[in-house]
Design a binder for this molecule. Structure first.
Ligand code: UDP
Length: 236
């Protein structure tokens, strides 16, 4: 099954590369060339990018900040990352619009669902920035929300490993990868793939989530084209 419209969720940390903070230009270049391959297949691409490489609200709150202010900082971090990815995509010739849930007209467009659909229909990649625009949420939940709003066929969640495992594969060599699993299993076993709010929203609306490794060349394209053996598919 080839997906016609995907929502690609990338964590902020994935943009750091080998650094411990910020944005790696090599990662942006690699990601852009990988997305170009998907775009060349005529697949519509929306993206949500996190901000763990810059700032997370919970970390600020743990140090005594007001959670609302800290989360606003986190959301602004996602705008920084979105602009970096937009620049990378435009450098390889892919038209791209950043639409933010927090209005900042001089920097990017405000999020508007109908306009986002128009961009996608006109071959533009759309990056949804600033999460949901509300504190106490994460970009995982924002990804599910936006994917539902634009009627994406799937959320493709890029991680460091090639899917969902029964235990941490970076710690346990005998960890087994699930090829398919249910939303309820993810919730019941508290598998750390997407936060519980995001998984519940996906479950209630039957939005499939494909968890896969983006670091391997061609993997985003293979996953978008529905190749067998890529990642773990979470569905009902
Ligand atoms: N955030 C928020 N509301 C949202 C999405 C994100 O307040 O709807 C803030 C929150 O502080 C979060 C930060 O933005 O910690 C970065 O998002 P996330 O932690 O999801 O980034 P990732 O882990 O994907 O890099």
């Amino acid at each position: 099954m080839t997906f016609k419209r995907i929502l690609l969720k990338i964590s902020g940390e994935a943009l750091m590369g080998d650094n411990s903070y910020g944005i790696s230009t090599e990662v942006i270049r690699f990601l852009s060339s990988e997305i170009k391959k998907v775009h060349d297949h005529g697949i519509e691409i929306a993206m949500v990018i996190g901000a763990g490489n810059i700032f997370r609200g919970v970390a600020g709150a743990a140090k005594g900040m007001d959670r609302g202010s800290a989360d606003n900082m986190g959301m602004l971090g996602t705008v920084i990352n979105s602009l970096a990815v937009q620049d990378g995509l435009e450098t390889v010739g892919i038209p791209c619009k950043v639409m933010s849930a927090i209005t900042m007209l001089n920097v990017c467009e405000p999020y508007e669902r109908v306009k986002a659909l128009d961009h996608l229909g006109n071959n533009r990649v759309v990056i949804f920035a600033a999460g949901t625009g509300n504190p106490y949420f994460t970009t995982d939940t924002a990804a599910v929300l936006r994917a539902l709003e634009i009627k994406a066929d799937v959320i493709m969640k890029a991680t460091r490993v090639d899917g969902v495992y029964d235990k941490d594969p970076e710690v346990y060599p005998d960890a087994q990868r699930y090829t398919t699993l249910s939303y309820n299993k993810v919730l019941r076993d508290d598998l750390k793939v997407l936060d519980a709010a995001g998984i519940s929203l996906a479950r209630d609306n039957e939005l499939p989530i494909l968890v896969f490794n983006m670091k391997e060349s061609d993997n985003i394209t293979k996953a978008a084209l529905g190749a067998e053996g890529i990642g773990s598919l979470i569905s009902a």
